[in-house]
Design a binder for this molecule. Structure first.
Ligand code: 4AD
Ligand code: MG
Length: 463
């Protein structure tokens, strides 16, 4: 008989067993055998739950059942029946079984709990574990939610380039892209001559699609990007990756307050989507990874997102009486310990910090009238710290040029960016949500490496 495979997820959605037989395929999680009966937990990754297969060993010849062990891949056919066991609606009463790929006793994923670090070292098997199955199903569902949020609001999706010549954030953390031979690069005046490189200039992997996004926002009004982003910062923290995904909306005719509103709506929408569509995976995270996670996400639907100026935040930090590792003073960047104090202890929820000193922010942010701050915002959330960074953009060409000159930036390579301000400039604003930071927030996972399929961090690019 040639039955088509049904995903286990679909079987669990049924309100009654289908007539006739079903065919399932997947990987064995556990096997329990006795003389009378054999139970096999089969998982195909389509949902959190495994399907229990029940076999009567007497009906098969021994050699057929030999290879059925943890990690093996198999196909099983039989009627779905109501399960007498607690916690599962159906089980499959196996009529025929076929071993598709055996797994011997060296299979590394055994029933005991493995550390996330160890699982990272076996990235080819990691997604078969409970935790990572749940992480990557949620990552997929929430990528879809990102697109539906913007699609429902009429935002145009723009694919910005991965190879670029501009360092949007100006932090000099670009991975170079070149076809020049490092041993014998062409030189002129003793320096490497990049005019003879592939693109005729120095290029690198993008640190942000924002500058290109702004161009499209001043044509389509509301746009967003969603793609990989690369930063060669040598910071080995649990919240930084060298390759991460960022969502960057950009809106014409919008100021900083409108930018914050969109960020708030976006976060609520994604969280609501997770609660509605990822209930089984979330139940696992709630039980095993972060106690109270579901309550926290539920509360976000009605939470007020507070707003505080940077100046006020610094004064609250100074008055906190805390002994921070990095001292705080007006003009210095907030460190992760400061951000966490503000969001976790001071307000106990999401917090927008706005109007940062201009000297610690990028050149494109709109200058405030006080002459020392810019219309920037960071959204801080408990456990993660900064999850979103954004700003209103400097739409006045003279101000932009003056700022670039102050920073010693050459305006020529950014002529196209400056041109937006020359013809039909308008107030506009946007932000970037680090997709992995959001996944950490929504799953409770504590290390950014554990929410990316193949993490890239300093020293790590295998797999
Ligand atoms: O604050 P950032 O650097 O802002 C920008 O890139 C702007 N161009 C965004 C915009 O206004 N369109 O980065 C935005 C977000 C951060 O808040 C953080 O969530 C995430 O990107 N992020 C990282 N995530 C993981 N690893 C890293 N190394 C990250 N750097 C930033
Ligand atoms: Mg930032």
């Amino acid at each position: 008989m040639n039955l088509e495979r049904t995903a286990i997820r679909e079987l669990f959605l049924l309100s009654a067993p289908p007539a006739g037989e079903s065919c399932v395929k997947g990987w064995v999680r556990t096997v329990r055998r006795s003389k009378e009966v054999m139970f096999v937990e089969l998982n195909d990754g389509s949902c959190f739950a495994s399907l229990q297969l029940v076999l009567d060993p007497g009906r098969f010849d021994g050699s057929q059942l030999d290879g059925i062990s943890t990690g093996a891949c198999l196909s099983a056919v039989g009627p779905l029946v109501a399960s007498p066991a607690a916690g599962q609606t159906w089980e499959l009463s196996v009529e025929s079984i076929e071993l598709l790929g055996g797994a011997d006793a060296t299979y590394p994923l055994q029933k005991k709990r493995h550390s996330f670090e160890y699982l990272r070292s076996i990235a080819h098997l990691r997604p078969r574990s409970n935790t990572f199955g749940a992480v990557f199903r949620m990552r997929s569902a929430l990528s879809f939610a990102v697109h539906s949020f913007f699609h429902e609001r009429g935002f145009v999706y723009v694919q910005t380039p991965i190879v670029t010549a501009s360092d949007c954030e100006g932090a000099g953390e670009i991975f170079r892209v070149t076809t020049l031979d490092p041993a014998t690069p062409p030189k002129s005046d003793g320096k490497v001559d990049f005019s003879r490189d592939f693109f005729g200039q120095q290029t690198g992997l993008t640190v942000s699609g924002q500058l290109e996004g702004e161009l499209f926002a001043t044509a389509f009004s509301d746009i967003y990007t969603f793609g990989p982003t690369f930063r060669a910062e040598n910071s080995n923290t649990s919240r930084h990756a060298s390759e991460f995904w960022m969502i960057e909306p950009e809106m014409a005719f919008t100021d900083l307050a409108g930018d914050c509103r969109l960020a708030e709506d976006f976060l609520r929408y994604l969280t609501g989507y997770a609660l509605e569509h990822c209930a089984d995976d979330l139940a696992f995270f709630n039980q095993r990874i972060e106690k109270g996670l579901i309550d926290k996400l539920d509360a976000l639907a009605n939470a007020t997102f507070e707003t505080m100026s940077y100046t006020e935040a610094v004064s609250r930090l100074e008055k906190s009486g805390r002994d921070f590792e990095f001292p705080v003073s007006w003009g210095s960047d907030l460190q992760s310990e400061h951000e966490r104090y503000l969001t976790e202890e001071l307000v106990g929820g999401p917090l927008f910090v706005v109007d940062y000193p201009r000297d610690i922010k990028a050149f494109y942010m709109r200058q405030n009238d006080d002459g020392r701050t810019v219309a920037a915002m960071d959204l801080l959330v408990p456990r993660v710290g900064e999850i979103i960074g954004g700003s209103q953009r400097e739409e006045r060409l003279d101000r932009l040029d003056a700022r670039m000159a102050e920073l010693g930036m050459d305006p020529d390579p950014l002529w196209w960016y400056r041109d937006i301000r020359r013809w039909g400039s308008c107030p506009h604003a946007g932000f970037g949500l680090g997709f992995e930071r959001f996944l950490m927030y929504v799953t409770g996972m504590e290390n950014i490496r554990d929410v990316i399929p193949f993490p890239r961090t300093p020293g790590h690019a295998e797999f």
